[in-house]
Design a protein around this ligand. Structure first.
Ligand code: SOE
Length: 363
């Protein structure tokens, strides 16, 4: 646990996994004023290379050595998915705060166990559903409360980085990525965002999945879905649908969400995050981010003046800053925790089950 005498001075950070997302975590940690103490990887050579790349003070021979070093307060878990659970559990048991990448685990039951362990140990445990930190997402959440009953929720999360059979990644392999690739990797973000923005819960869903590229890089048959469509109904009675794909040509990271309520609609597009579409029967407008006209909840995540675009890095930085703030008891509204990670894993699991067995699944 964080030493109370040091908490205002610095947060000492360790990172496991130094790929694309590990680098983003390292940058955000620094941005939040933390000290990047150590890196662990597959072996010492890998950790040394990683420590150098991230500018960390020390390379550790193993994850256990880093966890038990007594030199860190928080562990960032940025490995392939199948390693999230064992590492995060070990860190929590050692009393460390954890920031663990999504999906928290490759099965919903393990993700639930992780959320339970976070509760039992009392450590701070956060999961980077970072799209919550776009100011216009916070604005949508605030404004929606005044629009009356939600009738329809729809959208998509589309990428194309796995479009070609020559594209490959550890996420494609169910042993490393888990049984649900596209749903777990990006559907989890969409599910989280929709429940965060509406404050409602998906109560039941019905999904279909498809493998569009049957073989990659001459390997065996692809077993994880390239795309999925999901229909759902929420606890309050709204209906919804979402399409997720990692083979949608031309779409890079397009998370789109539209909510229609009794007296207006809202739409947010992650690739155009400075705007929020406000739909009204008598007229619609694209509200442009301007801290001067945003609600207080959104302004908090809007440090730059209008016309100075904020984006993915800003979201990540804000998420990590809030996660570190929670270490000293400053719990900020909207920090995605392991509870939220377990919830997204449950929805992922429900979608996969529905696609496999056919029909609706309660969630
Ligand atoms: C790859 O699909 C990926 O980097 C995800 O793992 C991230 O969570 C998402 O933000 C962008 O796409």
């Amino acid at each position: 646990m964080l030493d109370i005498r040091r908490q205002s001075a610095e947060v000492r950070v360790g990172i496991v996994g130094t790929g694309f997302i590990g680098r983003i975590h390292a940058r955000a940690a620094r941005q939040a004023g933390a000290r990047l103490v150590g890196v662990a990887g597959a072996d010492l050579a890998n950790a040394t290379e990683g420590a150098e790349a991230l500018g960390a003070e020390k390379a550790f021979e193993s994850v256990t050595e880093l966890i038990t070093s007594g030199l860190i307060d928080v562990l960032h878990v940025c490995t392939p998915n199948h390693l999230h659970a064992p590492i995060a559990l070990e860190a929590m048991d050692a009393g460390l705060a954890v920031i663990c990448e999504k999906p928290l685990a490759t099965e919903a039951s393990t993700a639930r166990l992780m959320a339970q362990r976070a509760k039992e140990t009392g450590v701070s445990a956060a999961v980077p559903f970072v799209y919550r930190f776009h100011p216009m997402v916070r604005e949508a959440r605030e404004r929606l409360t005044a629009l009356g009953r939600v009738s329809l929720i729809q959208g998509s999360y589309l990428q194309d980085w796995l479009l070609e059979s020559t594209d490959d990644n550890w996420r494609v392999d169910p042993k490393q990525g888990g049984p649900g690739r596209t749903i777990g990797d990006i559907g989890s973000h969409w599910f989280d965002l929709v429940e965060f923005v509406t404050g409602d819960r998906i109560a039941k869903l019905c999904a279909q999945t498809s493998v569009v590229v049957p073989q990659r890089m001459g390997g065996g048959p692809v077993l994880t879905e390239d795309l999925a469509t999901v229909q759902f109904a929420t606890a309050s009675g709204a209906l919804g649908s979402v399409a997720v794909s990692q083979v949608a040509a031309g779409r890079k990271n397009r998370l789109f969400l539209e909510v229609s309520a009794a007296s207006g609609s809202l739409a947010f597009d992650q690739e155009n995050p400075e705007q929020l579409w406000l739909g009204g029967r008598g007229g619609s407008e694209a509200l442009v981010r301007d801290p001067l006209s945003l609600s207080e909840a959104a302004r908090r995540y809007s440090p730059l003046p209008a016309g100075h675009p904020q984006g993915f890095h800003d979201c990540f930085d804000a998420f990590v800053a809030d996660a570190y703030a929670s270490l000293s008891g400053d719990a900020r509204e909207g920090l995605p925790t392991f509870e939220d990670g377990a919830r997204a894993a449950l929805l992922t699991d429900a979608a996969l089950r529905s696609a496999q067995e056919g029909g609706w699944v309660e969630c």
